[in-house]
Design a protein around this ligand. Structure first.
Ligand code: NAD
Length: 271
């Protein structure tokens, strides 16, 4: 997709951070925006600000943890805007906590949004794109944490590795039908992600806290810098959209470790 003018773009988690940065870039490129967020106030404020940039925009309170909510979002987009051309499957939460402290509540809190939510939203919208037969584009937000494991955040890391796999499979499946798919892998971006705990009930906060992420993201890239990178990635139909060139070496080291282990097949234990 090269031209975003009058295209309908749905952005989950679009009320804040990376989603809002993408929305601003799309507004400037002439797209119509649907801001779908659990935080209805943030979605409304975002839609208002986008209208200020001249973009038609709609705020829809949406919880990606609930299939009915995702279906209701898609129904509304179909009814009011004629369906989505672009989907940004982006809503996510962060929770710190190493393996030894992770509780089942921690795990479910993260997976329900970051993985199951991505599945629910992806399934609903791509089915409708396929039924309409006019193609489309999907960007699934994973993370560099979907390639580089992060010990202090086991559930988050596992969820993002899974989003990479999901998104790669979706690309293989949908490209023949004219639906492009990219996996967005941001490095540290200065957003509200370290405040994810606000979405959790107090009783559930047993294993780890999202604020642990703040030292990594504070001072990170601004969301408005991410938007144009994502649009360029779509125009080039990139399988992966990276934001941080300085992580190149960490990626090379990871894949070198994998390759080295092939060389060591059959090596005596301890050698
Ligand atoms: N900030 C970073 O450094 C970074 C790095 C890599 C990947 N990411 C990913 O980027 C995505 C966006 O995060 P962000 O950093 O912009 O954080 P953010 O907190 O600023 O934005 C996330 C938005 O998602 C919404 N949300 C949370 N749960 C939801 C639900 N159940 N249904 C609908 N909306 C929900 C929140 O209300 C919020 O508006 C996430 O998937 C995150 O994992 C962020």
């Amino acid at each position: 997709m090269q031209d975003f003018r009058d295209k309908v773009a749905v952005i989950t988690g679009g009320g804040s951070g990376i989603g809002l940065g993408i929305a601003r870039a799309l507004a400037q490129a002439g797209a119509k925006l649907v801001i779908a967020d659990l935080d209805e106030g943030a979605a409304k404020r975002a839609a208002e600000a986008l209208r200020g940039l001249g973009a038609e925009s709609l705020a829809v309170a949406t919880d990606v943890r609930r299939s009915e909510s995702v279906e209701a979002l898609a129904d509304r987009v179909d009814r009011e805007l004629g369906g989505a051309d672009l989907l940004f499957n982006n809503a996510g939460v962060y929770l710190g906590g190493p393996m030894r402290r992770a509780t089942e509540d921690d795990w479910r809190f993260v997976m329900d949004v970051n993985l199951d939510g991505v599945f629910r939203v992806g399934r609903t919208f791509t089915k409708r794109m396929l039924d309409r037969g006019r193609g489309g584009y999907v960007v699934n937000t994973a993370s560099v944490g979907g390639f580089l494991s992060y010990g202090p955040g086991v559930a988050y890391s596992a969820s993002k590795y899974a989003v990479v796999a999901y998104s790669e499979a979706m690309r293989m499946d949908l490209e023949p039908d004219g639906i492009g798919v990219s996996t967005l892998c941001p490095g540290p971006i200065d957003t509200n992600l370290p405040a994810s705990d606000r979405i959790r009930g107090a009783a559930e906060r047993a294993g780890g806290f999202s604020e642990a992420l703040a030292p990594l993201t504070r001072g990170g890239m601004k969301p408005d810098q991410v938007g144009p990178i994502v649009l360029a990635g779509i125009r080039n139909r990139l399988p992966y959209i990276f934001t941080h060139d300085d992580l190149r070496e960490a990626f090379a080291a990871r894949f070198q470790t994998v390759m080295d282990c092939f060389d060591r097949i059959g090596a005596p234990p301890g050698s």
